[in-house]
Write a protein that binds this ligand. Structure first.
Ligand code: TRP
Length: 585
């Protein structure tokens, strides 16, 4: 066996590991789950999760890799000095890496597609056409039509927070009972008698009464806001009204068009597949290039570039009218939008975003040849990841708010709401779009490298394959496994049959399995192994430069805090624990 490859420098390792951590999770997912969970408070909880769960496991993974000098499948046996069932963590990791990369490449492919689309300025005709149609609307619609348009648009936004607060006063199970009730009613031939029959059940009766009372309150809130809004728009000058109605109309048309553009891209399996092929080829070439001359070198170039690009975009955002609103949104807490399940979402995301729970950091740690700096490096990696996630919010939300879009637009935020804003910005928007999708591509690439490295390194370390053979064969296999994900949104293909039978499409199923189950499970087992099983002298040998109390705090987290918190997440997933039922605030 040839001598083990190592990173050229410690900083190179930190950049590569941060490259793994900073990915689609930071730029695509974090802003939208922050949006869905109401901003500030969610961010705070996320930071606590990173500190209490993310950091200890990050240290544990790097330590395991560094001490064993093996990739995850071989690492546990090497540390225990004999074959051990803990190696299952390694096997799970290889499998999870395989699964994640298969759909990750699909999203990354869209990022490449959109970078190219931005270079040819695909938004230009959309912008022009929307402008034309909005001008026509202004010329032909009556003032009342314009007011209606504006009122309806503002209504949901104005009342949403209040309505949510009212809704959360009934527990989820009550809502579930109510939905069961209203479905049964809508199917019945004779509604009156069906209603009477169903209400004989005291549990249903109480649920229906609760919900109907809330519904009356909600209607009242909406009525009030509607008349208030209508009055506001009545008092507007005609010129102002025309201007606002035209702008809103233009944005609505633009949004419809960028949405159609995205749905057409994502819904076209062959295009999606071609781009994910391009992405996989890039990833494979880098991994085949080796640790220091492939992975480290790429990350040394791409990570600083990514950082500069994000800073430029944030700099642009600072001069936008929506900046103050964006900062308030990201940093000021709004407890009404946060449910207890949001806390668990923060915890789950901590695993995904730091690349934990599947041996990626074990693998990268195994290419280190030092015994020092474990804590400092882990803090640096976690901090870089967190800073970039927050910067991503400050890059996206000022633009979203300045162009009147919803922060909680879900996964469409990046591929629909942002293109709308870029189209609205006009000429400069083209440059911003290129930067934005380019940096999304870079972020995805440095993460994909680590995913492929986990899989490929199994064949390199354990089966003695040549690096390039391993990279090409495993990369090719992952690409093939990703085909159903690429076609998941394409209605013309057989696998769309997956969706009716499982409720979600193939792509989402893979994401669900990996991020909700495999990563937390893998992370919990890693923590238990490092805290309880790994011989203490091996552990202490890796942290000779740390004070006793720091080591003790870390081991305490690994033994108790981390497994307990992850257990709560998993129990909630299985449905044994229904956290939103227990905690209604
Ligand atoms: N951390 C990456 C992101 O935020 C995704 C990722 C890369 C990953 N490698 C991983 C997730 C390993 C889990 C495990 O997008």
């Amino acid at each position: 066996m040839s001598e083990r490859a190592h990173w050229k420098s410690r900083f190179g390792f930190v950049l590569a590991a941060a490259g793994s951590a900073v990915g689609l999770g930071n730029i695509w997912k974090f802003p939208y789950i922050t949006g869905e969970n109401g901003g500030g408070l969610f961010v705070l909880i996320y930071l606590v999760c990173i500190a209490l769960v993310g950091l200890p496991i990050m240290m544990a993974e790097i330590m395991i890799g560094r001490a064993a000098q093996r990739q995850p499948v071989g690492a546990f046996a090497a540390l225990q000095g004999q074959a051990t069932s803990w190696s299952v963590i390694g096997w799970m990791g290889v499998f999870t890496g395989f699964v994640i990369l298969s759909y990750y490449a699909v999203v990354a492919g869209w990022a490449m597609d959109y970078t190219l689309k931005s270079i040819v300025n695909y938004a230009r005709p959309i912008h022009d056409q929307a402008e034309q149609e909005a001008t026509d609307f202004r010329a032909t619609a009556s003032l009342d039509e314009m007011r209606d348009l504006l009122v309806n648009h503002d209504l949901s936004r104005l009342t949403q927070a209040e309505v949510n607060r009212v809704k959360t006063r009934a527990k989820p199970s009550v809502w579930k009972d109510y939905r069961r009730f209203s479905e049964a009613i809508s199917k019945a031939d004779n509604r009156e008698s069906a209603r009477a029959r169903l209400l004989a059940d005291p549990r249903l009766k109480s649920a229906v009464e609760q919900v109907e009372a809330l519904q009356r309150e909600i209607d009242e809130i909406e009525e009030n806001s509607r008349s208030r809004l209508a009055a506001d728009y009545q008092s507007l000058t005609e010129a102002e009204l025309l201007k606002r109605a035209e702008t809103l109309k233009r944005r609505q048309i633009t949004f419809e068009k960028v949405k159609t553009a995205f749905v057409t891209t994502a819904g076209d399996g062959w295009t999606t597949l071609l781009w994910s092929l391009a992405f996989m080829l890039t990833t494979i070439v880098i991994v085949a290039g080796g640790i220091s001359s492939g992975i480290e070198r790429t990350c040394r170039i791409l990570m600083p570039t990514l950082f500069v690009l994000i800073c430029c975009m944030v700099g642009y955002g600072m001069f936008q009218p929506g900046f103050v609103q964006a900062v308030a949104f990201v940093f000021s807490p709004d407890p009404s939008k946060l449910k207890a399940s949001g806390v668990l979402e923060a915890l789950g995301h901590a695993f995904f975003t730091l690349s934990l729970g599947m041996g990626a950091m074990i693998t990268y740690g195994s290419y280190q040849n030092t015994k020092r700096g474990l804590l400092g490096e882990s803090i640096m990696i976690a901090a870089l990841d967190t800073v970039i996630a927050l910067l991503a919010c400050l890059m996206i939300f000022p633009i979203i708010f300045s162009y009147g879009q919803e922060p909680s637009a879900g996964p469409g935020l990046v591929f629909m709401s942002m293109p709308l804003a870029f189209a609205e910005i006009g000429k400069g928007g083209m440059l911003l779009a290129i930067m934005f999708f380019g940096l999304l591509f870079f972020a995805a690439l440095t993460s994909a490298i680590s995913l492929l490295e986990v899989v490929a390194s199994y064949f390199i370390d354990q089966q003695d394959w040549k690096r390039s053979t391993a990279a090409w064969i495993t990369g090719g296999a992952i690409f093939l496994f990703g085909i159903p994900s690429a076609f998941a949104m394409d209605s013309g293909y057989a696998l769309s049959g997956w969706e009716p039978s499982y409720g979600i499409n193939f792509f989402d199923t893979m994401d669900y399995l990996a991020s909700n189950w495999m990563l937390p499970l893998g992370g919990m087992l890693t923590a238990i192994y490092a805290g309880w099983v790994l011989p203490a002298h091996l552990r202490d040998g890796e942290v000779t430069d740390l004070p006793r109390w720091a080591i003790q705090g870390w081991v305490f987290c690994l033994r108790i805090v981390t497994p307990a918190l992850v257990a709560v997440v998993l129990l909630q997933k299985v449905g044994i624990l229904q956290i939103d039922e227990l905690l209604v605030w």
